[in-house]
Design a protein around this ligand. Structure first.
Ligand code: FAD
Length: 385
């Protein structure tokens, strides 16, 4: 183990990390903040926000500099997802999928030629999407039915993906298909499919409860020809790419939920300091102080878990249990904190004029994607029992 990781407090940030966090925080507050409600209502990510995310280097955080990225580490991506999600978890998941799933998969599994072809684009102007789930395979992801049949040097894809984040904005899709349905998980292969490929279409966009500005769509493959040099990793080893990227990716969802809860807490604390009842501000009542203190404690616990999992990953150590636990805990915590924030606002918390109503809706997804809470508990059980 590298000595530099030996004994620093988890929340102690290096100077570079502090500067990075401050830049993302300012950008989120000034540039995303004013657009949050309109994006939620329109169910549309603002194109200018996406452009600025690229300009700030936030879409290629872990892309090595030689491929046009920032050359940051996984923890940097986690900090960015946390800070952005404090303002808008819908933008947070866009950045999360780009960095912790798409860039991560390419950095780890792509050939040199593939890296030169796609990483500079992901860092500069191309949104990525990660397509594993299907209508009949969610938690049981490896029961997927999308077929890839070899034809000469190419593969022909047929099937449908469901629930794919970033699909409307994406130019590159990491798509999991099977070359042999009877081979079970050993048939699963990962492909990189480009937007506009013949036989590939982005289908219906979902009308969701929360993170409404984040697009979630179906993908349709009808005799879609994918050149053999667009296979990611080895044929039949796509399950390994899926498992390993999702193991890491779920730390990002922990960060998204952490940011969401911190955002909700900030709104609640400000409101409690301004709103008067019985001749006093709400925060003067001990019952209110205790609620806010309890929320802050839970947020801090989640932060320690998320940072620890991310730092373990960067240190090259085992992080599987910590990743599952942080995702599980942070998503439970975010739902509780966002719910309490609505209550702190009283009636004002229940209407769209104030931001906590949206954060409460957004919190629900944390328990569902990148492995439901039950799936996290299944992983944790295997590792602790
Ligand atoms: C907004 C959104 C964005 C998404 N983005 C993506 C994406 O970008 N890429 C992608 O590939 N997928 C994505 N997904 C899909 C997501 O990962 C799945 O929805 C999730 O894995 C759950 O699968 P499911 O919906 O089929 O539910 P199911 O697997 O049918 O689960 C339903 C319920 O049954 C429980 N359950 C299932 N199996 C067991 C068991 N063995 N024991 C106990 N309980 C069990 C689950 O915990 C859950 O409570 C997204 C989903 C949403 C809603």
């Amino acid at each position: 183990m590298n000595e530099q990781f030996s004994a620093a407090p988890l929340t102690l940030l290096s100077q570079d990390e502090q500067m990075f966090r401050a830049t993302v925080r300012r950008f989120a507050a000034e540039q995303i903040g004013p657009l949050v409600r309109a994006m939620d209502e329109a169910q549309q990510m603002n194109a200018g926000v996406i452009r600025q995310l690229f300009e700030l280097g936030l879409m290629g955080i872990a892309v090595p500099e030689e491929y046009g990225g920032v050359g940051g580490c996984f923890f940097d991506a986690i900090l960015a997802v946390e800070e952005i999600s404090t303002v808008d978890p819908a933008v947070g998941v866009l950045v999360d999928v780009q960095n912790t799933l798409c860039v991560n998969a390419l950095v780890r599994w792509a050939t040199e030629e593939q890296k030169r072809r796609w990483l500079p684009r992901l860092a500069a102007d191309t949104v990525g999407a990660y397509a594993l789930s299907e209508a009949s395979s969610g938690s049981d992801a490896f029961a997927l039915q999308t077929r890839a049949v070899r034809r000469g040097d190419d593969y022909v894809l047929n099937g449908q993906k469901l629930w794919i984040t970033n699909a409307k904005e994406a130019g590159l899709f990491i798509v999991f298909a099977t070359i042999d349905t009877s081979a079970g998980y050993k048939g699963i292969t990962a492909f990189v499919v480009e937007k506009g490929a013949a036989g590939f279409e982005v289908g219906k966009k979902e009308d969701k409860l929360g993170i409404r500005a984040s697009s979630t769509c179906e993908l349709i493959f009808r005799d879609c020809v994918v050149p053999g040099n667009q296979v990611l990793g080895e044929v039949g080893k796509g399950y390994k790419i899926a498992i390993e990227t999702l193991n890491e990716g779920r730390i990002g969802i922990g960060a998204q939920m952490l940011g969401l809860a911190a955002g909700a807490w900030g709104h609640a604390a400000r409101w409690a300091g301004e709103r008067k009842q019985f001749g006093k501000t709400l925060v003067e009542f001990q019952a209110m102080q205790f609620q806010l203190a309890e929320m802050a404690t839970e947020i801090e616990a989640a932060r320690l878990m998320v940072y620890n999992a991310a730092r373990l990953k960067d240190a090259g150590m085992d992080f599987l249990k910590e990743a599952a636990m942080c995702k599980y805990f942070a998503s439970q915590m975010a739902e509780r904190v966002a719910s309490l924030a609505v209550e702190v606002f009283g009636g004002a918390g229940f209407v769209k004029d104030y931001p906590v109503e949206k954060l409460y809706r957004d919190a629900k997804i944390g328990k569902i994607y990148e492995g439901t809470s039950f799936m996290q508990l299944a992983t944790i059980s295997k590792l602790v029992l």
